[in-house]
Design a protein around this ligand. Structure first.
Ligand code: SAM
Length: 202
């Protein structure tokens, strides 16, 4: 039987759908305003998907991690000379070199993780970051008064753990003391609500 979620797990379909929704300009906004990468930064991208964010990144030491073998195969085929790609889930990750990354990103990942794995994600990011480094995330978010279309899309997301801003912040605050957040309703061509977190180590 046809399953939309299974089709969306194909990296080519995911990229095509993102293009229709205006995901590329959302990616650019996320990078320019929140990630703010500098040439030479070491970046760990958890839940990297096919790693298309590399089209927009300056030359960096990039490590992408994703549990999908298909995404990692596509990332290696497209960007094999631009970084290192590892097929692992958040719960399998081991930080071999603690405090060695300038930036950790999770673009569209947290809403796929239940609370224990999401907590592990924040702890892993905190361990991987250098002092003063930042963990930057982007996810869909429930907020009071948002558009009904946005709410419907979020309820029907592949990720089963879309949260309120308060719930994302509660997770982040257990691993980071400095957490800032931004909510935007206008990053896609369709009504949708995103939350971006910037979590900084001391
Ligand atoms: C919405 S996609 C985002 C992909 C990419 N970051 C982007 O910006 O397009 C979410 C990604 O998270 C990955 N993912 C989901 N659960 C995961 C987990 N537990 N550990 C690692 N990756 C996971 C999926 O395979 C998928 O590629």
């Amino acid at each position: 039987m046809f399953r939309l979620q299974a089709v969306m797990e194909m990296p080519q379909v995911y990229l095509w759908f993102q293009g229709i929704l205006g995901g590329r300009s959302a990616d650019r906004y996320f990078l320019d305003r929140h990630v703010r990468p500098q040439p030479g930064n070491r970046i760990l991208d958890i839940g990297c998907g096919p790693a298309q964010i590399l089209d927009l990144l300056p030359s960096t030491g990039y490590v992408g991690v994703d549990l999908s073998p298909r995404c990692i195969a596509m990332a290696k085929a497209r960007y094999g000379d631009r970084g290192t790609f590892v097929c692992q889930s958040v719960s399998e990750m081991v930080v071999e070199h603690p405090h060695s990354f300038d930036l950790v990103m999770a673009h569209g990942l947290i809403h796929h993780l239940d609370n224990p794995e999401a907590q592990l994600l924040f702890e892993t990011a905190a361990l991987a970051l250098k002092p003063g480094g930042r963990f930057v995330t982007l996810d869909g978010c429930f907020v009071p008064g948002q558009s009904k279309v946005a709410r419907w899309l979020l309820r029907n997301d592949r990720g089963q753990f879309v949260r309120t801003a308060e719930d994302y912040l509660a997770l982040a605050n257990r691993a980071f003391s400095d957490v800032r957040f931004t909510v935007r309703h206008d990053l896609l061509r369709t009504p949708y609500t995103h939350i971006m977190l910037e979590c900084q180590t001391e």
